[in-house]
Design a protein around this ligand. Structure first.
Ligand code: PLP
Length: 353
């Protein structure tokens, strides 16, 4: 079978995700300023929380970020197109010999999380690494009691870090983790300290140390009220009307015929659905926007499509683009998921626009 010729380009999809790169740079600078004693890095795992490594990382780098955190070794590869290898920290650490080989071949820096990882890294030559100590989240990281082990003491540690479990809440756990972190940092040699994620930065200068690790707030998430005036929306979604129809009183709309028209009305089908991160929970009492007008959703999100009421917008028709409100704190609440989840389920198809 011969390959079709795509040289004319693909027809554009009828929805799109626009990344406001100025807002992204603004958010990094704002979080960097709030990291008073330290400098902000950037958590760029999960493809920059769904917004795209190739779009976001150069912007963060040019704004001034010099340390980039990913979870998996496979996520380091696309980063290396944009930043120096010694600026890349891999949070899962060297779990296998293949991870160690990859680190040594590329220069990406592992975060050591266990005695096993400490030994594996030392055995391979023990180049510069970072170290994660657990102060209460019990996810990844060495126990404080393991820090005195010779395999840890001999490591060449750049950033000594821990991770807050409840930074987005006013929990006494924050202060407990802060003091456990301070105490743990007396047990090893390191160059720099790092504790705060986005919400941790908002807890105040005590939490900032040398390097902060914001993720969510870079991309427009607001994990604590203190950040709400500071953080700008980064992801903007638009979708087009792909069909307009007139329906009569008593006719239904969408899956499970949930909406029934009380009168004859004009409705529009819009190209957006769950595969684009637009979840069913968001359907009720929700509206798209056009020129300041609210266009209420009718019935359920039906896979790739939603249907809206165009009764008060007779001028709108097929091909017109509508704004999909996506201020994360509000959109996440409407979708009944966290801001993290809403960003990361946006979907590749939406980004292809
Ligand atoms: C994901 C992650 C971050 C970023 O957290 P946000 O809450 O998104 O700011 C920071 N540190 C570690 C270890 C992480 O895994």
């Amino acid at each position: 079978m011969s390959r079709p010729d795509f040289s004319l380009g693909l027809p554009p999809p009828s929805h799109r995700l626009n990344i406001d790169t100025n807002a992204l740079a603004h958010n990094w600078r704002a979080l960097d300023r709030l990291s008073v004693s330290g400098t902000a890095g950037a958590a760029v795992k999960a493809d920059c929380y769904g917004l795209g490594t190739d779009t976001c990382v150069p912007v963060l780098r040019d704004a001034g970020a010099a340390m980039f955190f990913v979870a998996h070794w496979s996520e380091a590869a696309p980063l290396l197109e944009h930043v120096r290898a010694d600026q890349v920290a891999v949070l899962h650490g060297p779990m296998t010999g293949a991870d160690v080989e990859f680190a040594r071949a590329t220069g990406a820096v592992p975060v050591i999380n266990s005695l096993d990882q400490a030994r594996r890294w030392s055995d391979a030559g023990g180049a510069t690494c970072h170290l994660m100590v657990d102060t209460g989240i019990n996810r990844l990281g060495l126990a404080v009691g393991d820090l005195s082990d010779p395999s840890v003491q001999s490591l060449n540690i750049d950033v000594f870090m821990s991770h807050l479990a409840c930074a987005d809440e006013d929990s006494s756990m924050n202060a407990r983790q802060l003091s456990a972190f301070r105490e743990a940092s007396g047990k090893v040699r390191y160059k720099r300290l790092s504790l705060a994620n986005s919400a941790g930065i908002a807890l105040g200068p005590d939490y900032a140390f040398d390097v902060t690790r914001p993720g969510l707030a870079l991309y427009g998430g607001v994990p604590r009220e203190e950040l709400s005036g500071t953080i700008h929306q980064v992801a903007h979604i638009e979708a087009a009307i792909i069909q307009v129809r007139e329906i009569s009183a008593g006719e239904c709309v969408g899956y499970n015929a949930e909406f029934q028209a009380p009168d004859s009305m004009r409705v529009g089908t819009v190209s957006l659905g769950y595969a684009d991160g637009f979840l069913r929970a968001r359907g009720r009492d929700f509206a798209l926007e056009h020129g300041g007008r609210q266009l209420p959703l009718l019935g359920k999100v039906s896979m790739d499509m939603i249907v809206i009421d165009l009764t008060l917008a007779p001028d709108l028709t097929e091909g017109d683009w509508l704004k999909v409100p996506f201020y994360l704190p509000v959109a996440a609440q409407q979708s009944a998921v966290s801001q993290y989840e809403l960003l990361t389920v946006l979907g590749h198809r939406l980004r292809a626009g």
